[in-house]
Design a protein around this ligand. Structure first.
Ligand SMILES: Cc1cc2nc3c(=O)[nH]c(=O)nc-3n(C[C@H](O)[C@H](O)[C@H](O)COP(=O)(O)OP(=O)(O)OC[C@H]3O[C@@H](n4cnc5c(N)ncnc54)[C@H](O)[C@@H]3O)c2cc1C
Length: 476
C-alpha cells in the first residue's frame, strides 16, 4: 500500500484527497493523510450566512468555461446545486472621474468586438477610439519574450485602456497590477491571438463566430456557483473523504526525504510516506523545502502573492431599489480610491439575498494595497462606507457588515513566470515523490486549483507504479 501525504486543506489539497479517494475505491493500492494547519478545511473558500443572505468571504463563483470544478461538483452529487450567474443582468460599470460609466456592449475582456457601442461610449477618449480602429490593421506579431500585460495592452490600445480596463479587471481577478503581471501567464490566449492575427479585435471576432456555432457555449452562464455558497463544495468534499485520513489544526513544520520516501512532521508527530503533495501557497511550500531542496525553495519563494480584503454590506429594500442594475463596478487606480471593485451580489446571484435585501461586496487590498490588511475592521468599514457614498451616493446605514482578510492568498504571475515553472519542473526531478499543487502555478481560479490537485495525484501514482490511467488534460 503506497502512502501519500497531502499538506494543505484548501480546495487544491481537498481535490487531491478526493482524487486519491476515488482511485482507492477503484482498487488502486494507495492511502493518504491530509494535513491542514487551521481548524477548518477549505482555505479561502468560506461562506457565511447573515439575515437570510449568503456571504462569500473568498471566492464567490468560478468560470464556467473551465470544466474541472463543475465536473468535481457533479461527482460529489452537487449537480443540482450548481447555479449560473444572472447574465441577463450582466452590466459592469467603470468609475471614470467619479461617475459610473457602463462598459460598452461587445467588449470581451478589453477587446472591442462591436463598433457602435464602443464608438458611442463615454468610457474612452477619441484618441483611444482611434487607436482601436487602427488596431484592426495590426499585422501578426510574435513577441520575442515575455512582457507585462500593461505593455502588451498599451501596444494595442494605448495607456488609457490599461488604466480604465486592463488594470481594474486584473485587480479584480488577481489582486494584481497590469504593470507587473505576465501576459504569457495571465492572458496566454491574447498572446496567441497577436501571434496569429495581429489584431486582437479581428481575432476575437473570429473566435466569437466559432463560439456562436457552439450552442452549448452560447447557452451557458459566464460564472457558476453553488446555491448555498462555495462552502457547499468544501463540505461535500470533506463528507466524501475518509474522516480518519483528515487532520485539522495540524501545521506541518518540516518534511524531508528519507529511505526513498518522505517524512512529514506536524506538531510532535512524524510519519513516513512514499510521496508528498504540497498544496500550499508557494511561500509556505518553500519554507518546508528549504533544507531538502534550497534551489527549488528559492524559485517557489520568488512567486509573489498579494493580499485581499473583502467587505460585505447588507441593506434593505429601499437601498436595493436605488442601486444601479448590473453586477457591480470596477475602480481604476487613477480614481484615487482604496476600493478596487464592488459586486451587487443580489443581481449577480439573486438567490444569495432575499428580495427585500441588497448585498454589496467590496474588494480592497491587492498588490498596491497591502497596508489595508493591518487596518482595524472599523477603519476598513469607515473607508468603504465613505467611498460607497462618494460613488453611489449611498448614505443609508448597512443592516449588517462583515470584513474578511486574506493575507498573501492571491498568486501574482510576474514576467517570466512560465520560465520559472520550467525551472521548478526540472528542480523537482531531483526530489522524487514530491508533487506541487495550488494557485501559484498554472491558474489561480478554483477550477485550476481543482485540476492542479488531481494532476498532482495522477503524476505521483504513475511514478509510484500503482496507476496507469489517462491523466487529467491541462486544458479543455
Ligand atoms: C478574496 C478572494 C476572492 C477570490 N475569488 C475567486 C473567484 O471568484 N473565483 C475563483 O475561481 N477564484 C477566486 N479566488 C481564488 C481561489 O479562491 C484560490 O486561488 C483558491 O481557492 C486557492 O486554493 P488553494 O487550496 O490552492 O489554497 P488555499 O485556499 O490558500 O489553501 C491552502 C491551505 O493550506 C493550509 N496551510 C498553509 N500552511 C500549512 C502547513 N504548513 N501545514 C498544513 N496546512 C497548511 C492553509 O491553512 C490553507 O487552508 C479568490 C481568492 C480570494 C483570496
Amino acid at each position: 500500500m503506497k502512502r501519500i501525504a497531502i499538506i494543505g486543506g484548501g480546495i487544491s489539497g481537498l481535490s487531491a484527497a478526493y482524487a486519491l479517494e476515488e482511485k482507492r475505491r477503484a482498487g488502486v493500492e494507495a492511502e493518504y493523510v491530509l494535513y491542514e494547519a487551521s481548524p477548518r478545511f477549505g482555505g479561502v473558500l468560506v461562506t457565511d450566512r447573515v439575515d437570510g443572505c449568503i456571504l462569500e468571504a473568498g471566492a464567490d463563483s468560478f468560470l464556467t468555461e473551465k470544466p474541472w470544478a463543475i465536473d468535481l461538483c457533479k461527482k460529489l452529487g452537487l449537480g443540482d446545486q450548481l447555479i449560473g450567474s444572472n447574465d441577463a443582468d450582466r452590466k459592469t460599470y467603470i468609475l471614470v472621474r467619479g461617475k459610473l460609466v457602463e462598459m460598452p456592449d461587445g467588449l470581451m475582456f478589453m477587446v472591442p468586438t462591436k463598433l457602435a457601442p464602443t464608438v458611442l461610449s463615454p468610457l474612452f477618449s477619441w484618441g483611444t477610439k482611434l487607436r482601436m480602429a487602427r488596431e484592426w490593421f495590426h499585422p501578426p506579431h510574435r513577441a520575442s519574450g515575455d512582457e507585462t500585460v500593461a505593455t502588451f495592452v498599451e501596444r494595442h490600445y494605448g495607456p488609457e485602456m490599461v488604466d480604465r480596463l486592463a488594470d481594474p479587471l486584473l485587480s479584480g481577478v488577481y489582486g494584481g497590477e497590469a504593470s507587473q503581471l505576465s501576459v504569457r501567464a495571465v492572458l496566454p490566449r491574447f498572446a496567441e491571438m497577436e501571434a496569429k492575427h495581429g489584431s486582437l479585435g479581428r481575432a476575437m471576432i473570429s473566435a466569437r463566430v466559432a463560439m456562436a456555432k457552439n450552442s452549448k457555449a452560447r447557452a451557458r452562464a459566464l460564472f457558476t456557483s453553488l446555491k448555498d455558497g462555495m462552502q457547499q463544495m468544501v463540505d461535500a468534499l470533506v463528507a466524501a473523504l475518509d474522516g480518519n485520513s483528515l487532520t485539522k489544526g495540524a501545521a506541518v513544520h518540516a518534511i524531508w526525504p528519507e529511505a526513498g520516501g518522505w517524512v512529514v512532521s506536524a506538531g510532535l508527530d512524524t510519519d513516513q510516506f512514499d510521496a508528498v503533495i504540497l498544496a500550499l501557497p508557494t511561500r509556505a511550500a518553500a519554507s518546508l523545502l528549504q533544507r531538502s531542496g534550497p534551489e527549488l525553495a528559492a524559485e517557489l519563494a520568488g512567486i509573489d502573492y498579494s493580499s485581499s480584503v473583502t467587505v460585505a454590506l447588507g441593506y434593505d429594500q429601499q437601498v436595493r431599489d436605488s442601486l444601479p442594475p448590473g453586477f457591480g463596478f470596477l475602480v481604476p487606480r487613477s480614481e484615487g480610491k482604496r476600493m478596487l471593485a464592488a459586486t451587487f451580489v443580489h443581481n449577480k446571484f439573486p438567490h444569495r439575498a432575499p428580495d427585500n435585501r441588497a448585498i454589496i461586496r467590496c474588494f480592497l487590498g491587492g498588490a498596491r494595497g497591502e497596508q489595508m490588511l493591518s487596518l482595524p475592521d472599523e477603519e476598513i468599514l469607515r473607508i468603504v462606507r465613505n467611498e460607497l457614498d462618494q460613488i453611489l451616493h449611498l448614505k443609508a446605514e448597512a443592516l449588517f457588515t462583515r470584513v474578511f482578510k486574506w493575507r498573501g492568498a492571491m498568486a501574482q504571475y510576474g514576467v517570466g513566470h512560465l520560465e520559472r515553472l520550467e525551472r521548478i519542473s526540472k528542480l523537482r526531478q531531483k526530489l522524487p515523490g514530491l508533487a506541487l499543487a495550488g494557485n501559484g502555478f498554472s491558474g489561480i481560479g478554483v477550477p485550476d486549483c481543482v485540476r492542479s490537485g488531481t494532476a498532482a495525484v495522477e503524476e505521483l501514482l504513475t511514478a509510484l507504479g500503482v496507476w496507469e490511467g489517462q491523466p487529467v488534460p491541462s486544458e479543455k
